[in-house]
Ligand binder design. Structure first.
Ligand code: PLP
Length: 424
């Protein structure tokens, strides 16, 4: 009988989004953040070239947010928002978000993060059509290479097959379908094949992130918008990465001229200082739940921490920092600089197959013989964090507080690491 492979052990903490045998023994434990830098327990100081998972937009360990959390917890850690109850921080944040919203006259549903908010948006899309008596409109469309988190709906509508597979059905939640990433003609054909009477919503990131940093091709979103309108398909824009400034605008929905029925946000709303996400909901969807009539239904989505008061206070402080430190205009500058650096890198390095940007986020795709995982490891040794994404691509999305020098150094380090890999 062949010997069974050894089972490796390690810390009690299971990183459920890691291939454990590949990471055990070389996990990096971060124990401090300082602006754009991270410190690890093995004594490294790393430039955070990804802002964590695209969340640390204002940089790490900002005292204003720590102060906001401290003061809020001394006053009221939280109170739920079920039934007659609200808490003042959730009320105030929702008002602020409604002011900033690219959806006119929205209501705001708050939750704990991006995956949670995607569940809300997909549930509400289906609930909307059930309530309206168009009961066959259930299918949720999404794009190839899409990432919408890993709760039940996010898993089901993932355009990255590895995230959808292994649960015994093609889609954990039934009735979902994928369309090619940039092809409006294929979207039209899928709508015709499934039948618009069976489709509830189309969910899309404005710039795909985890899928490899894929900005839209010209004209794509105009066609998407038209197809959604013509076929009564709700348009759900997933701004979990792009929301709160990553493209230089508060929301990419406005930047790309999209008229969304729902906008999903998370990460940048608190810059990751507290778990918070939510959905901006348009009047056509919220009004039927507000009608003064005994027959008016309850949407029925809630969680203990929906509208968590401390998370909301932190979000309000984060929005103030974005404004006080003028970080959105800075993103416009950084986005230009990044595009320039990456164009030069692509021209100089044969190991770079393609570069893509969509605001202050970039992707560096490498040729087949050079693995993004290996280059990301080499970058750690040089003092920089990047991350492999789909398509053998390195992620670049540093905090908005990055200096010109730090950005140049990050791209310089990538240049160096790719050159080393080329020479092997
Ligand atoms: N949607 C997009 C576009 C994301 O990039 C992510 C996370 O990276 C999510 C949803 C899920 O968000 P969370 O990880 O906060 O659940």
């Amino acid at each position: 009988m062949p010997a069974l492979p050894a089972v490796l052990d390690g810390p009690a903490l299971w990183s459920a989004q890691a291939h454990m045998p590949s990471v055990l023994g070389r996990q990096l434990v971060v124990d401090r953040g300082e602006g754009c830098y991270l410190r690890t327990t093995d004594g490294r100081r790393l430039f955070d070239g990804t802002a964590g998972l695209w969340h640390a937009n204002i940089g790490h360990a900002h005292p204003a947010l720590a102060q906001a959390a401290h003061e809020q917890m001394l006053r009221l850690e939280t109170h739920h928002v079920f039934g007659r109850f609200l808490n003042d921080r959730a009320v105030a944040l929702a008002e602020q978000l409604a002011q900033l919203s690219p959806v006119d006259d929205p209501k705001v549903i708050l939750g704990s993060g991006g995956s949670d908010a995607i569940d809300v948006a997909c549930k509400l899309a289906r609930r909307h059509w059930q309530r309206a008596g168009r009961t066959t409109k259930t299918t949720i469309l999404s794009r190839e290479h899409a990432y919408h988190g890993l709760h039940a709906f996010g898993t089901s509508i993932a355009g990255l097959d590895v995230n959808r597979e292994g649960y015994g059905t093609g889609s954990l939640v039934p009735e979902t379908a994928r369309v090619p990433v940039h092809d409006a003609g294929a979207l039209a054909a899928t709508i015709a094949a499934i039948g618009p009477e069976n489709i509830a919503a189309f969910v899309t990131e404005p710039v795909q992130g985890t899928g490899g940093v894929n900005p839209p091709v010209p004209g794509y979103f105009d066609a998407v918008q038209r197809l959604c309108r013509e076929n009564d398909i709700l348009l759900v824009v997933d701004e979990v990465i792009t929301g709160f400034g990553r493209t230089g605008s508060m929301f990419a929905t406005a930047r790309f001229g999209l008229d969304a029925d729902m906008v999903v946000f998370a990460k940048g709303v608190t810059s990751g200082y507290a778990p918070l996400g939510g959905v901006l909901v348009s009047p056509a969807l919220w009004r039927p739940f507000y009608t003064d009539d005994a027959a008016t239904p309850v949407f029925r989505h809630g969680a203990t921490y929906a509208g968590h008061a401390t998370a909301c206070a932190v979000a309000t402080a984060n929005l103030r920092v974005l404004e006080d430190e003028q970080l959105l205009p800075r993103v416009e500058v950084l986005a230009d600089r990044l595009a320039g650096h990456l164009a030069e890198l692509a021209a100089r390095r044969p190991g770079v197959r393609e570069v893509r940007t969509g605001g202050f986020l970039g992707g560096v795709s490498l040729v087949d013989g050079i693995r993004a995982e290996d280059v990301a490891d080499a970058l750690i040794e040089l003092g920089f964090v990047s991350r492999p994404l789909r398509g053998n691509t390195l992620q670049i999305s540093p905090p908005f507080t990055t200096t010109d020098r730090e950005l140049a150094d990050l791209v310089g380090a990538i240049d160096h690491a790719v050159a080393e890999a080329e020479s092997r």
